[in-house]
Ligand binder design. Structure first.
Ligand code: SF4
Length: 215
């Protein structure tokens, strides 16, 4: 059974998610150490620790391996016009990536947004290129930085400490000015928007930034 999640931030736009960190091989900087952007990850704190939030994510990790999963996902997206992959977690397995590509290809009426760190692993490059070539898919490679460093032409998103830290070439996410909600903005789903800068939010993320800046 397909289990979809809805986050209040995204104007009711639906997501398919997995458990954070467990399914995020791109979050590892070195054994036992997370990349900066994942050290303050919202998906490891708050509501995400509750059993009723964890359960559908654990279910999804098994469920995508069913033969009928792609067909069921295509049917589940029948009425969606926008869809975000991974409110939490990442596309950790090549088999999952191949199935997601199939779903994206068969749902041209949906604008898909896929934020990911899986570009770090060469075996995912081909499938990521195929996804990015689809007119309805915005693949955003996430920078590991929380202080606005990113590589032009590679990264599609980066965290900045405050809105004032936005630089030329970045599109500033305005959710911070709209009570944390997208409020009609759909920049993340728009392939023409090259790099989005997300102002850091949450106590833990700001603590991580303070530690990095002091180092
Ligand atoms: S850039 Fe726009 S669509 Fe993306 S998270 Fe921010 S408000 Fe939402």
């Amino acid at each position: 059974m397909i289990k979809i999640s809805i986050t209040s931030k995204l104007d009711g736009i639906r997501s398919w998610s997995l458990q954070a960190l467990d399914t995020c091989p791109g979050s590892i900087a070195s054994p036992g150490e997370l990349v900066d952007a994942c050290r303050g990850c919202y998906a490891t704190t708050g509501n995400y620790r509750f059993a009723n939030v964890k359960a559908p994510r654990a279910h999804n990790k098994e469920d995508w391996q069913r033969l009928e999963w792609s067909d069921d996902m295509v049917a589940a997206l029948d009425s969606d016009r926008y869809f975000r992959w991974f409110d939490s977690g990442d596309m950790y397995a090549l088999g999952l990536a191949e199935k997601m590509l199939d779903v994206m290809t068969r749902t041209p009426w949906v604008k898909h947004w896929l934020p990911t760190r899986m570009h770090k692993f060469p075996k995912f490059r081909r499938v990521l290129e195929q996804m990015a070539a689809l007119p309805n898919v915005s693949v955003r490679f996430s920078s590991d930085s929380v202080t606005g460093e990113y590589t032009k032409g590679l990264h599609g998103s980066v965290i900045i400490p405050t809105p004032e830290d936005v630089k030329k070439g970045m599109t500033l996410c305005q959710a911070y000015a709209n009570e944390g909600k997208c409020s009609g903005c759909r920049a993340c789903y728009d392939k023409k928007v090259k790099t989005i800068a997300y102002p850091a939010h949450g106590v833990t993320m700001h603590k991580v930034i303070r530690i990095i800046k002091a180092a």
